[in-house]
Design a protein around this ligand. Structure first.
Ligand SMILES: *Cc1c(COP(=O)(O)O)cnc(C)c1O
Length: 378
C-alpha cells in the first residue's frame, strides 16, 4: 500500500457489521461482560475504546510502528511517554524543543526527579557530551519550532543504539506523510495531532507510536493509569482529518515554496528559515530523511514593532498560536508560543523580537502574497 492509499485504507476502515464506510463513534464508557472477567476486548473506555482503537491502528500503520496510542493532547502524549521513565533517569532533549515540552520538563517533571539536559541536537558531539550514566533517552524534534533546525535522525539513532537509549522523535512538523522517523531508527514517534493530522483547527489531540511490545506495555500502562485519553468524537474527527493529509501536505508544500520565493525578494525580510532553501543549514540532512519540507517558515521583519504591524494588518493570515491548519496562521514566537521560555534563553536560541512564524495553509497563494505585502508596507 502506498502512502496516500494507507491514509484512507490503513488501520481499521469502516464497520464490518453494517458496511458503514466510516468507523462508528462508540460514545460509550463501559461494556457488558459475558461473565465475570469475560469481555469482548473492551472493558472500560479509559483502557480502550473501539473508535480510539481504530485511530491508534491508523497512526501505527502510517508511521510504520508496532502499536499506536491516542491522547487528549500532544502534551498529554508527551507527558505519558516521559512518565515511562523513573525518578533519577536523565533525558537529552533538543534545545529549541516546543515551548510546552520545555515547560513540562523544566517545571513539572523535574519535581518528580526526571533529569534533563537541553542541547543543540543538530550537533552530534553535543548529544554525546550530554550523555551521562543515568541517561535513558534522547528526545528530538526535527525540524524545530520556530527556527526549523534539523537533526540527523539516522546518526542520532546510531548513538542511541550504541548507548542503549530510547530514541524519541516529535514528528509534528513534518507529519508522517513527509517523514517517518522509525525508518531512521526511532523507537517512539509522537505527534501533536492538533496540528497537521487534524488539520482543520477543530480538535486537540496527541498520538504516540512505539516500535516494540515492551514499549507498548509501558506506554499503555501510563495511559491507563493517568487517563489522558482521547474521546471517541475527537478520535473520529482525527481519522477524518488524516484521510486528506496527503493532498493537504502536497498543496501546502507548493504554496510554501512559492511564498518563500516571494519573501526572498522583499528587502524588509531577512533570515528566512525554511529547510527547503539550499542555504538553510539543515537542508541536506532534511532532504536525506524526509520527502517534503513542510509548511512552516520563520523570518525576521526587523523589530517587534514591525512584527506587530504585520500581524495587526493581515487579513488572510489568522493571528493565532498553533500551526498545520487549512487556514494560514501567523505568530510572533517571542510573544506567543515561546513566551514561556525565559527571555535570556530566547535570545540565546536566536528567537528575536522581530521573528515572524507562518504556517502556510490552503488559500490561493497569490492572495497570501498580496495580503502579506500590504500588511508589511502599510
Ligand atoms: C503543539 C505542539 C505540541 C503540543 O501539542 P498540544 O496538542 O498543543 O498539546 C508538541 N510538540 C509540537 C512540535 C507542537 O507543535
Amino acid at each position: 500500500m502506498r502512502r496516500k492509499t494507507r491514509l484512507i485504507h490503513g488501520g481499521i476502515s469502516g464497520d464490518e457489521k453494517t458496511g458503514a464506510v466510516s468507523v462508528p463513534i462508540y460514545q460509550v464508557s463501559t461494556y457488558k461482560q459475558d461473565g465475570v472477567g469475560k469481555h469482548r476486548g473492551y472493558e472500560y473506555s479509559r483502557t480502550g475504546n473501539p473508535t480510539r482503537f481504530a485511530l491508534e491502528e491508523l497512526i501505527k500503520d502510517i508511521e510504520g510502528g508496532h502499536r499506536g496510542f491516542a491522547f487528549g493532547s500532544g502534551m498529554a502524549a508527551i507527558t505519558s511517554v516521559l512518565m515511562t521513565f523513573d525518578q533519577g533517569d536523565h533525558v537529552v532533549f533538543t534545545d529549541d524543543v516546543y515551548g510546552g515540552t520545555y515547560r513540562l520538563v523544566s517545571k513539572v517533571l523535574n519535581r518528580f526527579g526526571l533529569e534533563a539536559t537541553f542541547v543543540n541536537t543538530s550537533d552530534l558531539s553535543e548529544i554525546e557530551a550530554a550523555i551521562q550514566e543515568n541517561t535513558k533517552a534522547i528526545y528530538v524534534e526535527t525540524p524545530t519550532n520556530p527556527l526549523l533546525k534539523v537533526t540527523d535522525l539516522a546518526k542520532v539513532s546510531e548513538i542511541a543504539k550504541d548507548k542503549n537509549l530510547t530514541f524519541i522523535v516529535d514528528n509534528t512538523f513534518s507529519t508522517p506523510y513527509w517523514q517517518n522517523p522509525i525508518d531512521q531508527g526511532a523507537d517512539i514517534v509522537l505527534h501533536s495531532a492538533t496540528k497537521y493530522l487534524g488539520g482543520h483547527s477543530d480538535v486537540v489531540a496527541g498520538l504516540v507510536v512505539v516500535t516494540s511490545e515492551e514499549l507498548a506495555e509501558k506506554v499503555h500502562f501510563v495511559l491507563n493509569s493517568s487517563g489522558g485519553v482521547l474521546g471517541p468524537q475527537d478520535s473520529w474527527l482525527l481519522m477524518r482529518g488524516i484521510k486528506t493529509l496527503g493532498i493537504r501536505m502536497e498543496e501546502i508544500e507548493s504554496n510554501t515554496r512559492e511564498f518563500v520565493e516571494f519573501l526572498s525578494d522583499l528587502p524588509e525580510v531577512t533570515n528566512i528559515y525554511y529547510p527547503g532553501l539550499e542555504s538553510h543549514e539543515g537542508h541536506e540532512v532534511h532532504q536525506s530523511q524526509a520527502r517534503g519540507f513542510g509548511g512552516m517558515i520563520s523570518f525576521d521583519v526587523g523589530s517587534g514593532e514591525k512584527a506587530d504591524q504585520v500581524l495587526r494588518n493581515v487579513n488572510y493570515f489568522t493571528l493565532a498560536e498553533s500551526l498545520g491548519a487549512v487556514e494560514s496562521l501567523i505568530s510572533v514566537p517571542a510573544m506567543m508560543t515561546h513566551a514561556s521560555i525565559p527571555s535570556e534563553r530566547r535570545k540565546e536560541l536566536g528567537i528575536t523580537d522581530g521573528l515572524v512564524r507562518v504556517s502556510i495553509g490552503l488559500e490561493d497563494v497569490e492572495d497570501l502574497k498580496e495580503d502579506f505585502l500590504q500588511a508589511l508596507r502599510k
